[in-house]
Design a protein around this ligand. Structure first.
Ligand SMILES: [Zn+2]
Length: 302
């Protein structure tokens, strides 16, 4: 069956999923003044016929000769160009400051700020490429910040090393850098062959997880991963990276943390995680505080 060149139809209109127009064959002999004879189904994309002469092969041949497109007539104009799906906009590139390896003094400062018992875990995070420092502008002032990111460069979160909030963005403590995909779990790209993941909420807990992994002597086996906020659903592209892994969750001890625990557990198990086990930080608020509470005890042992 030949295709019609819809651009050459006279007085076309759509009605109830059909394209209706003047039948060129009827019009040639003075008929179809009301332009109702030619019907093309599926909004003009499907079968067609003249309602005045249904089944009249000669009439059909006439119509095809007048407004048809030969199958090899590739340059025939078309009334409606095929609708191409708009390509998804390219993800905006992560806007990173100049990153550098933190000095030992800065790691000690960061451990002190977060009240971590030691900074050895932070050194491991640096070696893994997920912890960096940078000089950044905040309300016109240059400040030193510590950042978490991974090799995918999909998301990065920065905090001031002096512990103060970012004044330039309304006294928020954690700044997700422009171009970030906030749902990307930072560190997921670098889980690699490590069999276990410590999935944390926010940067301070992630530093605590690195510290804990070092303390437990399991840094070779555990990949701490940071979700920027409890409200984030894990990015779909990251889920396959958790397949086959044993995952500890460190949800905050609050309602948002509980919702995140349920949401992330379902996502991770759905993605093929081996197991997902929540770690209760109660009665403390989060893993950082839980570890801080052990500081005196562990610090005494060191
Ligand atoms: Zn006709």
């Amino acid at each position: 069956m030949s295709t019609l060149d819809l651009s050459r139809l006279v007085r076309p209109q759509t009605r109830a999923g059909k394209l209706i127009a003047q039948c060129p064959a009827c019009a040639q002999s003075g008929g179809d003044k009301s332009a109702q004879h030619l019907v093309v189904f599926e909004d003009g994309a499907g079968k067609w016929g003249c309602v005045q002469y249904p089944g009249d092969k000669e009439h059909r041949r006439q119509i095809a000769a007048l407004v048809g497109i030969e199958s090899d007539a590739t340059f025939a104009p078309r009334a409606r160009p095929p609708v191409r799906p708009q390509p998804a906009p390219a993800p905006r590139k992560l806007d990173l400051p100049v990153l550098r390896i933190p000095t030992v003094g800065e790691l000690a400062q960061l451990a002190d700020l977060r009240q971590l018992p030691f900074f050895a875990g932070l050194e491991l995070a640096v070696q893994a490429g997920v912890l960096r420092c940078a000089e950044m502008l905040d309300a016109g002032e240059t400040v030193t910040a510590w950042l978490l990111l991974d090799s995918s460069h999909r998301c990065a979160q920065a905090r001031r090393l002096d512990g103060k909030p970012w004044r330039g963005i309304g006294d928020v403590k954690a700044k997700t850098l422009p171009g970030s995909q906030a749902a990307w779990p930072i560190g997921a790209a670098d889980i690699g062959a490590k069999p276990f993941v410590a999935l944390c909420e926010g940067g301070p807990d992630t530093l605590a997880a690195w510290s804990l992994a070092w303390w437990e002597g399991k840094a070779e086996k555990i990949a701490p991963v940071c979700v920027a906020g409890a409200g984030n659903t894990l990015h779909a592209d990251a889920l396959p990276l958790f397949r086959g892994k044993g995952i500890w969750l460190f949800p905050h001890h609050d309602n948002a943390g509980e919702r995140a625990r349920l949401n992330w557990t379902a996502q991770l198990l759905g993605a093929g995680a081996l197991w997902v086990q929540p770690f209760s930080v109660a009665p403390h608020k989060d893993l950082n505080e839980w570890l801080t509470a052990c500081r005196a005890e562990i610090g005494g042992a060191l």
